[in-house]
Write a protein that binds this ligand. Structure first.
Ligand code: N5H
Length: 256
């Protein structure tokens, strides 16, 4: 077993259940020796996420954070600072858009829906990175999750595509800001995976075989493949990489 992250502390944001990409990343980081904290959103997820964490990683810190509320973000990081003092990294695996705006035409996106998608899916990386920076005086690594629909028009991705474009560019601006503090900021652009967030999307299961057929590797990707890339980005193996978007998508993005 590798111990690439022995003695390191990471906050994982965005576990909803055991199929979450954030959960797969947590398992890889944990196996590599990291100590973890988890943030979950709202009372609804509290018991499920706490149960999941307790069975595999007892002793991990749990904090409730709704990223649309500045005071919750502030108090979560304050609690973590009290407990840990410093930390080594942040995994941001959060996004949200209203289901009705993930079908039909982008032109019909409401102001409220547009702002909500931006707030949860893009701005939260900026605010959380600001707090994380304060806890990483010696440097650290920030990882977020993005999707090809932020670079290209992908049917039905709509308002999320615009939010991911903002997220991708936020990664670059944050990387430019935080590099002087030895903090690296990168994103993983994952191919479609059957997670709770994806399942809420109409026709999602029919997308998987279509994407597999067109991909160079002729298959879909797994949470574990994304998580292994996250381990690489979290560790010193990637020490020269920042502001980057790594596609973990069986090569799909190179195809015309
Ligand atoms: C082209 C596609 C398919 C169409 C668009 C999918 C967009 C998915 C992302 C967002 C984050 C999904 C979402 O917000 C669903 C919510 O409205 C309802 N679901 C929930 O509230 C559940 C319970 C919770 C856990 O979800 C969240 N978000 O908190 C893209 C696909 C091929 C690839 C894909 C699925 C990309 C992606 O960004 O996830």
């Amino acid at each position: 077993m590798n111990q690439l992250l022995a003695g390191k502390k990471f906050l994982i944001m965005g576990v909803a259940n055991d199929r979450s990409i954030a959960w797969a990343i947590a398992k890889q980081l944990h196996e590599a020796g990291a100590t973890l904290a988890f943030s979950y959103q709202g009372d609804r997820l509290e018991s499920r996420v706490t149960k999941l964490v307790e069975t595999t990683m007892p002793g991990s810190t749990m904090v409730q954070v709704d990223v649309t509320r500045d005071e919750e973000v502030a108090s979560a990081f304050a609690l973590l600072k009290e407990q840990w003092g410093t930390m080594d990294g942040l995994v941001h695996s959060l996004a949200f858009a209203k289901t009705e705006e993930l079908e039909g035409n982008f032109v019909d996106t409401s102001r409220e829906g547009y702002l909500l998608a931006q707030d949860i899916s893009a701005y939260s990386l900026v605010s959380c990175s600001r707090y994380a920076k304060d806890m990483m005086p010696e440097g650290g690594t920030i990882i977020t999750m993005t999707y090809l629909g932020g670079e290209r028009v992908v049917a039905n991705y709509n308002v999320m595509g615009v939010a991911k474009a903002a997220l991708d560019q936020s990664v670059r601006y944050l990387a430019a800001d935080l590099g002087q503090h030895n903090i690296r900021v990168n994103a993983i652009s994952a191919g479609p995976i059957n997670t709770l967030a994806a399942r809420g999307v109409r026709n999602f299961t029919s997308i998987l075989p279509q994407v597999a057929e067109k991909s160079p590797l002729k298959r879909n990707i797994t949470q574990e493949e994304v998580a292994k890339t996250a381990l690489f980005l979290a560790s010193d193996l990637s020490s020269g990489i920042t502001g980057e978007i790594i596609h973990v998508d069986a090569g799909y993005h190179i195809m015309g």
